[in-house]
Write a protein that binds this ligand. Structure first.
Ligand SMILES: Cc1cc2nc3c(=O)[nH]c(=O)nc-3n(C[C@H](O)[C@H](O)[C@H](O)COP(=O)(O)OP(=O)(O)OC[C@H]3O[C@@H](n4cnc5c(N)ncnc54)[C@H](O)[C@@H]3O)c2cc1C
Length: 409
């Protein structure tokens, strides 16, 4: 008798699980259930519509370091399926890819439709049934070992194997199902967000980017270095997004109200900065401070920082007092800002929290509580930094789940 595999969730992880299963065992009936009208909707909007599908990091150990939650568990999984495999798979289907300077990988078309078309064509070619507007309300396992799935329209269906790939966040029906099977759901919190900061030193400077900034939060015991972007609402850019990911749970506990310390000149110490400032008295004594910045900083932020310590625009370097010099050094390396909330990062965001990882066998992505029940993607307590890492986790866990299901049919 033909076996049935039910994949709950028509996102990246669900599709990849279905395709992997079909590629490995074409005899099974594979059905993808998607509650909304559209499959792969996050793929469509991902990366600003360009779909940053993975990252050019091909060493599993290094790759795993980009996951604030899941790094230990994913390490073994990446030995089975890592970005190189993702690239090879899409290229084998005729999708041309390109790697940007920062390591992000996109289709050369710069359109997420290319990825959606590839996944849907592969699924169709393999005979996978895709049922949209088909929400699974509950799943139970009978004594016979079969799973019974209840659909939103009252319909019911039986399956031999189930993969829960319903994504993260409160809208993910899979979390309730996993809970009903006895799984622990770790606390959910958003990750990859920007900081809301209302401060005269940055107000009105939206769009300004500073290349090499050290940002720390003593309360969260976290620090990051990298570019910072000033936005309409506060601060964003790679250093802030990374900080938001590593501190996702702590910042939620602090109700997004905390202080950050910024060193605008990267990792340069206060002593070095003081010496550099002092040198300007000799080398640029006649120049106005506002027009001559001895650091690699955009002039507009430099002027704001000098104003913040009471230095007037026309003041010349030679006129700077010892006290002003010390104040400016402090402001450059230890600017304090109050974060009063978070704003959504439109390019990419994820949810931290989900099915507890210790309850899942990552060699098969199978539940340790219920045999033949598998998990893939963001429904798990896994989240990565921005840059293609989140889709990579979905491809990897989906692939392992799909192959494992196929092997045991
Ligand atoms: C705006 C935005 C941009 C992003 N850009 C990137 C990027 O460029 N690169 C990157 O790596 N990551 C990106 N991400 C993150 C990435 O999209 C997710 O990590 C990834 O989509 C997770 O895949 P998934 O299949 O686990 O979950 P999802 O993509 O969320 O898919 C889960 C699916 O399950 C369905 N579902 C839920 N409950 C049920 C149910 N009960 N029955 C049936 N169906 C159900 C949902 O409708 C959904 O379609 C972005 C996220 C967002 C929000």
């Amino acid at each position: 008798m033909q076996k049935t595999v039910a994949i709950i969730g028509g996102g990246a992880a669900g599709f990849f699980a279905a395709i992997a299963c079909a590629e490995a065992n074409c005899k099974a009936r594979i059905v993808v259930f998607e509650k909304s009208r559209h499959i792969l909707s996050k793929v469509r909007i991902s990366g600003g519509g360009r779909c940053n599908l993975t990252h050019a990091c091909f060493d599993p150990r290094e790759l795993a370091r980009s996951y604030p939650r899941g790094s230990r568990e994913l390490l073994g999984a990446f030995h089975s399926w890592q970005p190189g495999d993702t690239v090879d798979w899409f290229e084998s289907k005729g999708v041309a890819l390109k790697t940007e300077e920062d390591g992000r990988i996109f289709p050369t078309t710069d359109s997420s439709s290319t990825i959606i078309d590839c996944l849907t064509a592969s699924a169709t070619g393999l005979g996978i049934e895709v049922r949209t507007q088909s929400e699974i309300h509950s799943v139970s396992k009978s004594a016979s070992g079969l799973f019974a799935l209840s659909l939103g329209d009252g319909d019911r269906m039986e399956a031999d194997r189930v993969v829960i790939a319903t994504g993260g966040g409160n809208g993910s029906g899979g979390l309730k199902m996993a809970g009903e099977f006895g799984h622990t759901i770790t606390e959910l919190a958003p990750s990859l967000f920007t900081f809301h900061v209302d401060d005269p030193r940055i107000n009105g400077l939206q769009g300004l980017s500073v290349k090499n900034v050290h940002v720390a939060c003593e309360q969260a015991k976290l620090e990051q270095i990298g570019p910072v972007l000033i936005t309409h609402w506060g601060l964003s850019g790679p250093a802030i997004l990374k900080l938001s990911a590593w501190g996702a749970r702590t910042f939620a506990q602090l109700d997004y109200s905390f202080e950050i310390q910024i060193n605008w000149v990267g990792d340069q110490s206060k002593e070095i900065v003081r010496t550099l400032l002092n040198d300007q008295k000799q080398v640029a004594g006649k120049k106005s401070i506002s027009a001559h910045c001895p650091f690699d900083l955009p002039n507009r932020i430099w002027v704001r920082l000098t104003e913040a310590v009471g230095i007037k625009g026309r003041c010349q370097w030679a006129q700077l007092s010892r006290q002003q010099m010390a104040g400016l050094a402090d402001e450059l390396v230890d600017s304090r800002f109050r974060v009063t909330g978070k704003s959504m990062n439109k390019e990419e965001f994820v949810t931290c929290g989900g099915v507890r990882l210790g309850e899942v066998d990552f060699r098969r992505m199978e539940s340790k509580r219920v045999s033949d029940l598998h998990f893939a993607g963001e429904v798990l307590d896994i989240d990565g930094l921005t840059g293609g890492f989140n889709f990579q986790a979905a491809w990897t866990t989906g692939r392992i789940a799909g192959i494992s299901v196929a092997k045991r049919l």
